[in-house]
Design a protein around this ligand. Sequence first.
Ligand code: ZN
Length: 115
Amino acid sequence: MIAEIMLAAIVLAMPVPDQSQSAGTYRITYYCQACNTPAGSTATSTGRWQPGYSVATPDFEPGTILEIGGREYRVDDTGCQSGTVDILRETAPDGSCICDQGEVTYQNVYVKGEL
Ligand SMILES: [Zn+2]
């Protein structure tokens, strides 16, 4: 009986699981208007273009909300290879690219939901 009460107390003390689900580790890269294909284009497969929030990946449905490194993003484009999440960045004030094309990290991606 005491053991059952202690077990119940332990279960109640466990943290409520987060609603987001881990989708595993993805290759994280960056792009911007200047280095988009074609260069200068703000075209995306969904028409949504929001630097700092939009990402491109073929692995999630458009509109899916992802959490990467504690920040929230939305899948607005598909133009990169599977296993990659390409994060849209602002260009420099003069419109030039300041993406470090060599900047590649591998991070856990969490799915927070869909629009
Ligand atoms: Zn760029």
